[in-house]
Ligand binder design. Structure first.
Ligand code: ATP
Ligand code: MG
Length: 455
């Protein structure tokens, strides 16, 4: 596997190598452009000094003098008009020089080999230890013409300063590489930790500690990661609870159906078992309908079949459906409606009124009252359903719209219901960009307010 770590290492080495090469090319070009000519001039001066020394001294042999000069750091080539050659100081890597150059110098011209040295990016100028990379001047000694070519001995130039600078560069490179290895490892470690954590979370282990605490992008990533784990865990718990609740709510009516069917089968026709079975089956199918509605909201592609329709007609029809229940519980209902058209999902909104009015009946006293009122502005219409029922003991109505939530009073009084109704109502209102709110009514009762946009 190509790890991030090995990539880091290779990249650093590559960058160091590339920067070294490019650096060399820049310095070399600078030498060719700017320093070459000055270097040539300087070396002509040195050559002149050597020649002056030779001509002014009356030694019987210049050998030892040139030897000494060679030893102090110059590479010298001497050729006489007769073609006698001699070398002093360090050796040249390439000793070739054309006869025409030698002839020209013997004839009194100065040779500027350093200045004229070919300019090429990859050919080292200053360091090139070739006989052509020299300066040449003529001199006479004992009535004989000579040509003297010289260049500084590169080996002598690498003195302590250069060793120190070289050592410094080497140490810097070495320390940077080591430091980079450590830093890269420290930077990549948290990523490795996150990967391990991800794998555990994929196996539904939400208790993994994510031990990454730093104040940078990786730290932020770890924070979002922790957040995500929290949400995943919550949604996992919710999903499991939901399934448990649903299974439980299905189990009771199913067991009832089974039991009463068995009684029927055994020929016991004493009770109205068929009626009970029918009622339980209806409960089941109602629950199923609610669950399907809820899941349809959970899936992002919520169906929105919006159409224009008369809201007041819809409310009247819903109330009609509850006629017999209202009579049975001795609850009077008053409608104050207006002719209002809204744009919405007719079926879903019908469910909203059904549940709100059924709640107002179920959680009402007998006898009791219900008021259904409509107000409108140019933009929205408000439907208020107010009852004189048991109300809410605390001011927090948030729980009412939670899935499966039912007040203890609702449970203990054996009032039928799954606790899904208001959860669905909330989803429907939200999908219509409406507002749902609850209010306490004195001395007892609840006021439910639904605000819908007209268009
Ligand atoms: P269903 O799914 O059949 O509607 P439900 O009526 O119990 O069951 P919701 O309509 O979601 O469920 O209501 C949730 C809970 O809120 C109820 O169980 C009840 O405790 C409380 N509640 C809702 N409306 C009223 C009301 N008008 N007065 C008093 N309590 C209410
Ligand atoms: Mg309800």
């Amino acid at each position: 596997m190509k790890t991030l770590y090995s990539k880091f290492v290779w990249m650093t080495l590559l960058i160091m190598f590339a920067s070294g090469t490019i650096g060399f090319m820049i310095v070399n070009t600078f030498y060719h452009q700017n320093l070459k000519e000055k270097n040539d001039e300087k070396n002509v001066e040195v050559a002149n000094a050597i020649v002056e020394l030779i001509e002014s001294s009356n030694l019987n042999s210049i050998e030892s003098l040139l030897q000494t000069i060679g030893d102090t750091g110059y590479q010298i080539y001497i050729v006489s008009e007769d073609g006698e050659e001699s070398f002093y100081g360090g050796d040249f890597r390439a000793r070739e020089i054309s006869d025409s150059i030698v002839k020209k110098v013997l004839n009194g011209e100065v040779y500027h080999g350093m200045r004229e040295f070919p300019k090429e990016t990859f050919i080292t100028g200053y360091f090139s230890n070739e006989l052509t990379n020299t300066v040449g001047i003529p001199f006479t000694y004992e009535d004989k013409s000579y040509a003297l070519f010289q260049r500084p001995n590169i080996k002598f130039l690498f003195n302590e300063i250069h060793l120190l600078l070289g050592g410094l560069a080497g140490a810097m490179i070495f320390i940077s590489v080591i430091a980079m290895l450590i830093v890269a490892k420290r930077m990549i470690d948290p990523l490795t930790k996150l990967t391990i954590a991800t794998n555990k979370i994929a196996n539904e282990d939400f208790q993994v500690p994510i031990l990454v605490n730093q104040r940078d992008e990786i730290g932020q990533l770890a924070d979002s990661f922790r957040n995500m784990v929290k949400q995943l865990e919550a949604s996992d718990r919710y999903k499991k609870d939901f399934i448990a609740r649903v299974s439980h709510d299905f189990q009771t009516p199913l067991l009832n159906i089974q039991g009463y069917a068995a009684l029927l089968e055994s020929g016991d026709l004493n009770g109205n078992y068929a009626e009970i079975i029918q009622k339980e089956a209806k409960r089941l199918s109602g629950l199923m309908k609610q669950l399907l509605l809820l899941t349809s909201f959970d899936q992002a592609n919520t169906r929105t079949k919006k159409e224009l329709f008369q809201l007041d007609d819809q409310l009247k029809q819903v109330v009609l459906k509850f006629r017999w229940l209202l009579d049975e519980k001795d609850i009077s209902i008053q409608l104050h409606l207006k002719k209002v058209e809204v744009l919405g999902d007719r079926e879903m909104l019908e469910y909203v009124w059904e549940n709100l009015i059924s709640n107002a009946i179920k959680y009402n006293y007998s006898p009791g009252e219900i008021q259904v009122e409509m107000t409108e502005t140019t933009e929205y219409v408000q439907v208020i359903i107010e009852d004189t029922g048991i109300g809410n003991k605390n001011t927090d109505y948030g729980q009412w719209t939670e899935r499966f939530y039912r007040e203890d009073a609702a449970r203990s009084t054996q009032i039928e219901g799954s606790g899904l109704g208001l959860a669905i109502v909330k989803e429907v209102i939200q999908s219509h960009n409406g507002v749902l709110s609850f209010e306490n009514v004195e001395p007892h009762g609840t006021k439910v307010c639904v605000q819908l946009q007209k268009m």
